[in-house]
Write a protein that binds this ligand. Structure first.
Ligand SMILES: Cc1cc2nc3c(=O)[nH]c(=O)nc-3n(C[C@H](O)[C@H](O)[C@H](O)COP(=O)(O)OP(=O)(O)OC[C@H]3O[C@@H](n4cnc5c(N)ncnc54)[C@H](O)[C@@H]3O)c2cc1C
Length: 422
């Protein structure tokens, strides 16, 4: 590993080589030639969810890796892969070798449904499913069988739509992408023909992006089903959709896209995609695998922007042999670092990590671990800039305790980091 390593250098450790960590590293390098950055990741390879989350049929989204690739080859940067912070090495042990440490470990834990039957075989998280499809080490075993004909995806975000495409798009469309070859073989043999997408709230509250929604509404040989009743919006939802802001306009376009779909007649296609709104799972049942679920109908109560979901005793049963929950993620605590268990984040102000008695000197957080699991890859860029601004402001007070190269210390501990190779 070539690295200019002098006493004069200002050394920063970035923990996590996802977009948040990589944007932070790139921003640090732009500021000053004396800054050297070590980027640690528990994986042997960088890029976080860009590599193991983004769906393989969206290669354009992964193109940002080319920019990061150039940065990772900068002599002032080292990628130290295969080092799990917390498990192999604590932040406390590491921080002595650096002037500043940026925690960018993402939101690694999928939110759980926590209802009866949610541990049945055939039920899994979208994070595990997409991780398997992308060949994420540790998730190479197929998490759920694809032998049933009907699948239910729980959640109304873009990741739910990624899973729809994986289950209903012709598998040939994934050939030649970065998809894990075992997953491609399994998709080719899949029996899934009907996918239900379940939202606990209505179409006006769905978090889909228009482009992703249109992509699934246009899937070949696939009929789309949306109930007309679900598109009759209550006054509060109508009020939420009125106005001129970009976010409101985007929501209106989503509802309009569903209105367009409801007017299309069924063509008797081989595959079926049903959007079900204002419904929540109550329980899953089955013998050796999930066979059916109970759903309750919800109503929305309250004023515009403040509507809450109220479950009813209007329930129905739905036959399904596969359930994939896509209901968000949360961060995982790191030993010795403050953690807000309610939101699953490391608390920070302007990027500076906050302890009980105020700011912790030299410790910063960026990306999903600091603001929760929302937003696209590019949304982590302003976060990174904020953190680097804070480091620049604090620079005079950020001292190192140990002048040795951390590699010497790691070698003494028997840790051999995996370098970056394209
Ligand atoms: C399934 C899925 C699909 C998505 N698809 C898109 C998309 O198509 N387009 C888009 O713009 N956005 C997409 N996103 C959102 C995007 O991935 C996030 O905005 C972004 O990845 C968050 O960046 P991050 O760096 O905070 O977290 P991550 O990308 O999760 O990176 C965190 C990194 O930290 C490492 N790490 C974690 N814990 C430790 C530890 N203890 N020690 C060392 N390393 C550790 C991880 O291995 C990982 O490399 C998707 C998200 C998901 C979940």
């Amino acid at each position: 590993m070539d690295h200019v390593h002098s006493k004069e250098s200002f050394r920063v450790a970035v923990l996590g080589a996802g977009p948040a960590g990589l944007y932070a590293a790139a921003e640090l390098l732009k500021r000053d030639d004396t800054i050297h950055v070590d980027i640690f990741d528990k994986m042997d390879v960088p890029f976080g969810l860009i590599r193991f989350g983004v769906a393989p049929d969206h290669p354009h989204t992964r193109a940002v890796c080319k920019v990061f690739d150039t940065m990772l080859k900068d002599p002032r940067v080292r990628f130290l892969g295969g080092v799990a912070i917390g498990a192999t090495l604590s932040v406390e042990q590491l921080s002595g070798f650096y002037n500043a440490v940026v925690v960018a470990t993402g939101a690694e834990s999928a939110n759980q449904l926590d209802i009866d039957g949610s541990k049945l075989p055939g039920v899994c998280s979208a994070l595990d499913f997409v991780g398997w499809v992308n060949g994420r080490p540790g998730l190479l075993e197929q998490p759920v069988p694809l032998t049933a004909t009907t699948a239910v995806i729980i959640g109304n975000g873009n990741v739910a739509l990624d899973v729809v495409r994986l289950l209903l798009k012709p598998p040939a469309d994934f050939a030649g992408t970065d998809i894990n070859s075992n997953a491609l073989s399994a998709l080719q043999l899949s029996n899934i023909r009907h996918v239900h997408v379940l939202g606990r709230r209505g179409p006006a509250q769905a978090s889909f992006r228009l482009q992703e929604l249109e992509e699934v509404l246009e899937l070949p040989d696939c009929d789309i089903h949306v109930s007309r009743d679900d598109l009759i919006l209550c006054d509060a939802s109508l009020a939420e959709l009125s106005g001129d802001g970009a976010a409101v306009r985007a929501r209106r376009q989503i509802v309009d896209a569903f209105r367009g779909a409801v007017n299309r007649s069924s063509s008797g296609a081989e595959k079926q995609l049903t959007f079900r709104f204002c419904e929540s799972p109550v329980c899953f049942e089955g013998n050796n695998t999930v066979e059916r679920m109970t759903l309750s109908k919800n109503t929305l109560r309250g004023s515009a922007g403040d509507q809450t979901v109220v479950a009813s005793d209007n329930v129905r049963s739905l036959t399904c042999g596969l359930v994939i929950s896509s209901i968000g993620q949360r961060g995982v605590p790191l030993q010795g670092i403050p953690f807000d268990a309610t939101y699953g984040i490391i608390p920070s102000v302007d990027g500076r990590i906050q302890g009980r008695n105020g700011t912790l000197v030299g410790l910063y957080a960026s990306g999903w671990i600091s603001r929760g699991a929302t937003g696209l890859i590019g949304h982590n860029k302003p976060d990174a800039k904020k953190v680097v601004d804070a480091i620049s402001e604090d620079r005079a007070s950020l001292k190192r305790r140990d002048e040795r190269d951390v590699l010497t210390y790691l070698t003494d501990m028997g840790i051999q980091p995996v370098p970056y190779c394209q």
